[in-house]
Ligand binder design. Structure first.
Ligand code: ADP
Length: 401
């Protein structure tokens, strides 16, 4: 069975076609800068060959057409006909409290997604446009929505309610929702599988550290707390996002600058984080280089980033009454030994011991056990695969239907 996974953003559309018997990606690609003057499809297809199609992509319908043409292309294509695509799984960023798992898409589901657009106005409308464009091109192909927030629907009220007047939750639906759910779910399940243990008996802390970063406490296979909140701005320090701050800072900045609220939010979302502290970059490759060159503010940014993660690990170990496994994943989690070393340093009270030699000599793209021989807590590096989770969930839904 071939499942197409689609992740539609406001100006991009990413896809992967996954063959489910071997869970292997046959083709992948990204339509970039949709709606802008110069746009393109960058993709890999048959035999892993890369190609670029430079062409105006005025809207998502054209992007979907380009994607389908690439998939059946004479030279690069991986299927003969789009009928060989049995289902499409769409990433949808927000499910609010309406869905606690993935669903097959029908008109009612689309209507609920529209209703929830105000909770993620940059993402959900784009997700819906992507779904509609695919439905138009493949009207008879079943489609599923896989939500970033759904894995966190098991978080208990005492962890998701903010201490605002209760009306803010009831009327405006303000609460912690959490994001990166597919990734946290995938790596926690892979961790249990690797250790040959039932996830129902495990306390796992999953650190998804990418451009956006979040950390989740997974107890008995369920998310019980996560660092992102009502939006992805809360929690860890990120590439350009500030994470946790005193909300009174917002008023103070606005008074100092006369900025509008959207300028101020832009400052917190796009100019802060390790970029803001270091003044160097949001990209950890540049940041680490600057640290090795002796740049003090880059060093400080790295310290602030790692300290915040350590605080959350301590908090989540307390929340779960212990921890059996700590997982590192996503761009930074997988490729930055400096981050893993600094985060885990001084956590020996948890019974945790890092094999630091291996930490600095990891083979790319492989699940690696970084625990020292006497470590009571397993430290695992697990490459994430959000597309595969979306494809698996889509397959399960169409099988049960
Ligand atoms: P997202 O999916 O949230 O956009 P990623 O998971 O791709 O982000 O993570 C991006 C971050 O990972 C960047 O800060 C980047 O520098 C870092 N990263 C990716 N690859 C490497 C690498 N080989 N070495 C060091 N850092 C890396």
């Amino acid at each position: 069975m071939n499942i197409l996974v689609v992740n539609a953003g406001s100006s991009s559309l990413k896809y992967q076609l996954i063959e489910m018997n071997n869970e292997k990606a046959l083709a992948k690609g990204t339509c970039e800068r949709i709606g802008q003057l110069i746009s393109q499809l960058k993709a890999t297809g048959k035999d892993g060959k890369s190609f670029v199609v430079e062409k105006p992509i005025p809207d998502h319908n054209v992007a979907v057409q380009l994607m389908l043409e690439a998939l059946v292309h004479e030279e690069y294509g991986v299927v003969k006909d789009i009928n060989e695509i049995q289902a499409v799984g769409h990433r949808v960023v927000h499910s609010a409290e309406d869905f606690n798992s993935s669903v097959l898409i029908d008109d009612e589901v689309l209507e609920i997604c529209r209703k929830n657009s105000d909770l993620a106005p940059l993402h959900v409308p784009a997700n819906i446009i992507g779904i509609l464009a695919c439905k138009e091109a493949m009207p008879n192909t079943p489609m599923a929505a896989v939500f970033d927030t759904a894995f966190h629907s098991t978080i208990p009220p005492y962890a998701y309610i903010y201490a605002l007047p209760y009306q803010a939750y009831e009327e405006w639906r303000i609460r912690k929702y959490g994001f990166h759910g597919t990734s946290h779910k995938y790596v926690s399940q892979e961790a249990a599988k690797y250790l040959n243990k039932d996830i129902k008996d495990l306390k796992i802390i999953t650190c998804h550290l990418g451009n956006g970063s979040s950390i989740t406490a997974v107890k008995n296979g369920k998310s019980v707390d996560t660092s992102m909140g009502f939006t992805p701005l809360e929690g860890l320090v990120m590439g350009t996002r500030c994470g946790d701050i005193d909300p009174a800072v917002i008023e103070f900045i606005m008074e100092k600058t006369n900025w509008t609220i959207s300028q101020t939010m832009d400052y917190l979302n796009k100019k802060s984080g390790v970029l803001g502290i270091s003044g160097v970059s949001s990209d950890f490759r540049d940041l680490i280089k600057a640290v090795y060159e002796g740049n003090k503010r880059a060093e400080l940014a790295l310290d602030v980033f790692c300290y915040r993660i350590k605080k959350y690990i301590g908090a989540y170990a307390a929340v779960m009454n212990g921890v059996d496994i700590i997982v590192f994943t996503a761009g930074i989690g997988e490729h930055n030994p400096e981050v893993r070393e600094r985060v885990l340093k001084g956590l020996d009270y948890l019974g945790l011991e890092l094999n630091n030699e291996l930490n600095y000599n990891v083979e790319r793209g492989k699940l690696t056990d970084l625990s020292g021989p006497n470590s009571k807590v397993k430290i695992l590096l697990i490459p994430t695969n959000e597309e595969l989770v979306i494809a698996r969930e889509t397959q399960a839904l169409i099988k049960n239907n």
